[in-house]
Design a protein around this ligand. Structure first.
Ligand SMILES: Nc1ccn([C@@H]2O[C@H](COP(=O)(O)OP(=O)(O)OP(=O)(O)O)[C@@H](O)[C@H]2O)c(=O)n1
Length: 437
């Protein structure tokens, strides 16, 4: 079968030509080949070669030995990095305590044989000819996910492949070959040996793909969630499985509308909310998955913002003063950017999980646009102005007073002028003192 090389592959042709001129084989492999066969946009172009890493390095002045023990050299071509990996096989699985050994080989079909799925075990020559010894193209045409050779052996070699299977099933709308499904059910527990960082990266790709809702449902039916290295508390695991089981039974309407969310962390927040996780359950899941502080803070803030807005009620009642007040407090607490992200997330939620009606989102957006101040640093009076004016030493009262003034200005109940704010603070502080016992 002859394919048209994609533009990204054409850009990488000089690397293949140079390797071939020095007497080595070199071909395109991996996900780019799979996506090119499907006519989908391709991401990273990977190259496999019969050349040993030291030969590849000697050929290209601009290269980085990114994974020499695995035979991988990153070659820079017009500022773009390409992974060039020597044909290799791995020693057979002998239990997780024994590290696998990489052995370089001379033949492409041997290299393809060690790969996970038939659709990932194809190669494209520089002529555009497809090399497909394990019928990956036929499996793709027939919408089937099949392992290269024995599924159990492939999953034992690398248990993360079971999570990859779930991603591929959903992203490419495939059905698992019987052997793949049996393999998933039989070897799920091996996932306990996989570092959570790798699981997280795979789940990120899943959630970032075209059909995260379907992926979640596959994930639940595969049973893989029970076998994380960092296990989820039983209660949360049951809750997640139950929510995903409902989503499966009630079709995708129990899932967020992920197509509205471009950002993967917005998708995480929407998913966690859709499966009824509050802040503390979400925190447990994100820390088990080793999310960075920055990412989990953002996701947890989106969840906290939803909880705050839901507790205000009236999400469909624009005239509610309480709604405007809660929204203003939320913007000041979580910051303008997070509040805007929340509007998108809340609009994507299923109706059963407090979805934000479009008309309310438009109203809240206009409130936000017109808010006179959105952060403390924009307040016309600062902490030292207040201390001086009220003649009080610094203390916890100060931040309370500043936030009270900020809210009044943000709600349009006070002007953002220093003299007026100081006068207001004086009145409030006198009132507070008169109420003290
Ligand atoms: N656990 C794994 C990971 C990768 N591969 C092989 O290495 C290739 C490249 O892997 P990677 O870049 O991680 O994934 P892709 O298949 O390219 O998919 P995507 O780009 O969507 O992540 C895969 O196509 C597959 O042939 C494998 O056999 N087993």
């Amino acid at each position: 079968m002859l394919l048209r090389l994609t533009d990204e592959m054409k850009e990488a042709l000089p690397i293949i030509e140079a390797l071939r001129q020095s007497g080595h084989e070199a071909v395109f492999v991996g996900g780019a080949v799979r996506d090119a066969v499907l006519g989908l946009p391709i991401h990273d172009v990977d190259i496999a070669t019969s050349a040993l890493p030291e030969h590849t390095m000697a050929l290209f002045p601009k290269c980085i030995p990114t994974g020499l023990q695995h035979g991988t050299v990153t070659v820079m071509q017009k500022g773009v990095p390409y992974e060039v990996t020597t044909y290799r096989v791995e020693s057979q699985y002998e239990g997780h305590r024994k590290p696998k050994e990489v052995v370089f080989v001379q033949r492409l079909d041997e290299d393809l044989l060690r790969r996970d799925f038939t659709m990932n075990a194809m190669a494209i020559q520089m002529s555009g000819e497809l090399y497909d010894p394990y019928q990956g193209e036929r499996d793709l045409r027939e919408k089937r996910l099949r392992c290269v050779g024995d599924a159990g052996a492939r999953f034992q070699e690398d248990a993360l492949r079971m999570v990859r299977a779930v991603r591929f099933l959903s992203a490419y709308e495939l059905a698992p070959a019987m052997s793949v499904w049996r393999g998933l059910k039989k070897h799920g527990a091996l996932l306990r040996h996989v570092a959570m960082e790798r699981v997280q990266a795979e789940l990120d790709k899943m959630l970032g793909s075209r059909s995260p809702g379907r992926a979640c449902i596959w994930l639940a039916s595969s049973g893989l969630l029970a076998f994380w290295k960092e296990p989820l508390p039983e209660k949360i695991l049951n809750q997640v499985n139950e929510a995903l089981r409902k989503a499966r039974a009630g079709s995708e309407s129990a899932m967020p509308d992920f197509s509205l969310l471009a950002n993967v962390d917005e998708r995480w927040a929407a998913l966690l909310l859709a499966i009824s996780c509050g802040g503390s359950e979400a925190n447990d899941i994100l820390s088990a998955l080793r999310f960075s502080n920055k990412r989990s803070t953002f996701i947890l803030q989106l969840i906290a913002c939803q909880e705050k807005m839901e507790s205000a009620g009236h999400l469909s009642d624009h005239d509610s003063i309480q709604l405007k007040r809660s929204w203003t407090e939320a913007v000041l607490r979580f910051g303008e950017q997070t509040a805007r992200h929340w509007l998108t997330v809340a609009g994507s939620l299923p109706e059963t999980r407090g979805s934000l009606p479009k008309s309310t989102a438009i109203y809240l957006e206009s409130v936000l646009d017109e808010m006179p101040v959105k952060a403390l640093k924009k307040l016309a009076a600062g902490g030292s102005d207040l201390q001086k004016h009220l003649g009080l030493p610094p203390g916890p009262w100060l931040s309370g007073m500043l936030n009270r003034l900020l809210l009044a200005v943000a709600l349009g109940e006070a002007a953002n002028e220093k003299d007026k704010l100081l006068a207001l603070a004086k009145i409030w502080s006198e009132e507070d003192q008169s109420h003290e016992p």
